[in-house]
Design a binder for this molecule. Structure first.
Ligand SMILES: Cc1ncc(COP(=O)(O)O)c(C=O)c1O
Length: 489
């Protein structure tokens, strides 16, 4: 089959054209049994292919027909031996990767700045995480990837690990030397699992970091929906044969997936793959040029710094994705969240995310010069307004230490617990997750020892207005910790 074909999308259209009388779910029956306002808004076309796994339409849980063909075309496009479609986002694909290689008590080497889905899979599987400290950028206040040296050390000490997980590229677009990491891990026969949530496009352009499949990794969870043009929640899990069993991956993916898989999401993966494979290179070339132009213009604005290739050269910053615009606003004396809010209120601009020091904007084939100039104009005014008010005190970067893990996340999650005021929690072992989302990287994971420094960091994020998530108490006045049993007097 050619990459111009879309077996799944085309198959769905052909099925809907036959206009069968439907006595199956979804009960809205092509929209006829649905709220009319919503039906009008969504449109009859979309509703006509909102179908389910009836005979002619194949089944994601055991693909043999049009879904299989679409997955096979995706595998060729991504340079994989097998591609599995996910309608559970990249989170579902990540949990599948981890649970495909790890069981209870197994070790998995992971950077500490992983997405919460990795930690969820570690809790579910009962695996023990061996954490690698990510490289910290004290200027920008962000974490980068892991170094080859750290991976070597981790494997020397844990040659029995069942996997090494790498984030490539990071949310901010920075890549480690993945090829070398794969070589090191494979010399121990340990598979490499890549969180490629922010890198679906990198496979399709030489000026971008190496993709997981190009670097020889074993598994990669790749968000087609984030930067590849498919619908939100649709992702792929790519794999190379060798150290991991494709059958095991299919079984686990199926265990973690709804039986009511959305054909709209699946079809959007099929067409996104076609576009990436046939036009991706040209589209991405235009996107890179546009992003570079915006980057130069932002760097000409007083008090702003938009990260470029000068960031490369350290062991953790091997390559980067120029379509990501990390804009450091700390010299303007405001937080990234203040800038995000100001852009929303003054210019109706929504950024991808902000943190205490930066905003992150993503440029994709969906952008043009028009949106680029709107962003630059807005940032110029933000800087001018702040500079007009005179004295600016640049924000100092504060990054807390990574807490110590006292017991495995699973043991902590299922332990006997109690809820105590956050201000009395330093020194206790936490039993819940706390993170800022986005990016969803835990400040605490179950089993870690709470420190005063980390509590202050949480409070600083809350005060800055950033979305701190995870604990049962949304107001974060209390934390769930492991119960202490004191001697009875
Ligand atoms: C690094 C990273 N990994 C995984 C994910 C999960 O992706 P999804 O939202 O598709 O489940 C995200 C989402 O923000 C992410 O930033």
């Amino acid at each position: 089959m050619s990459q111009n074909e879309t077996p799944l999308f085309t198959g769905l259209i052909e099925h809907s054209k036959k206009n069968p009388v439907q006595f199956h779910i979804p009960g809205h029956k092509k929209g006829a049994g649905m709220d009319p306002e919503f039906k009008k808004f969504i449109g009859e076309n979309a509703l006509s292919i909102d179908l389910i796994n009836i005979g002619p339409l194949d089944d994601l849980h055991q693909p043999k027909g049009m879904i299989k063909k679409a997955q096979d075309l995706a595998a060729v496009a991504f340079g994989a031996d097998h591609t599995f479609f996910s309608v559970q986002g990249t989170s579902g694909a990540i949990m599948t990767m981890v649970m495909s290689v790890c069981g209870p008590g197994d070790k998995i080497i992971v950077p500490r700045n992983v997405h919460k889905s990795v930690m969820s899979a570690i809790v579910f599987s009962g695996a023990t995480p061996i954490f690698i400290h990510p490289d910290i950028d004290a200027e920008l206040g962000i974490s980068h990837g892991i170094t080859t040296d750290a991976v070597s050390r981790a494997l020397e000490q844990n040659p029995d690990a069942k996997g090494v997980l790498v984030i490539n590229p990071t949310y901010f677009g920075i890549s480690a030397d993945l090829k070398k990491i794969v070589e090191i891990a494979h010399s121990y026969n340990v598979p490499v699992l890549v969180d490629e949530a922010h890198g679906v496009h990198i496979h399709f352009h030489d000026d971008l970091p190496l993709s997981a499949m190009q670097a020889g990794a074993d598994l990669a969870a790749t968000s087609v929906h984030k930067l590849g043009g498919s619908m939100t929640q649709s992702s792929v899990l790519n794999m190379k044969e060798g150290l991991v069993s494709a059958k095991r991956v299919q079984t686990i993916l199926s265990m973690l997936t709804t039986t009511s898989t959305s054909y709209l999401l699946l079809a959007s993966l099929d067409v996104a793959r076609k576009r990436l494979a046939t036009e991706g290179h040209d589209l991405i070339s235009t996107t890179i040029k546009l992003a570079e132009k915006i980057r130069d213009e932002i760097n000409a604005i007083d008090g702003l710094y938009c990260v470029g290739k000068e960031i490369l050269g350290s062991k953790a910053t091997h390559d980067y994705d120029p379509t990501k615009l990390i804009v450091s606003v700390k010299e303007l004396g405001i937080s990234g969240f203040d800038a995000e809010k100001w852009l929303r209120e003054a210019y109706n601009i929504e950024v991808e995310m902000s943190d205490l020091y930066n905003i992150l904007c993503i440029i994709t084939p969906g952008d043009t010069d028009i949106e680029g100039s709107q962003l630059v104009t807005a940032l110029r005014e933000l800087s001018a307004q702040l500079k007009k008010h005179g004295d600016i005190t640049p924000v100092t970067v504060m990054l807390p230490d990574i807490p110590v893990l006292a017991i495995t996340p699973r043991d902590a999650f299922y332990a006997e617990t109690e809820v105590i005021p956050i201000d009395e929690s330093a020194g206790r072992t936490i039993a819940e997750f706390i993170m800022v989302y986005p990016p969803g990287i835990p400040i605490f994971i179950p089993g870690e020892i709470i420190t005063k420094e980390n509590i202050n960091y949480i409070k600083t994020n809350i005060e800055a207005g950033l979305p701190v998530q995870g604990p049962e108490d949304y107001d974060l006045r209390h934390l769930r910790v492991i119960k202490e049993h004191r001697a009875i007097r």
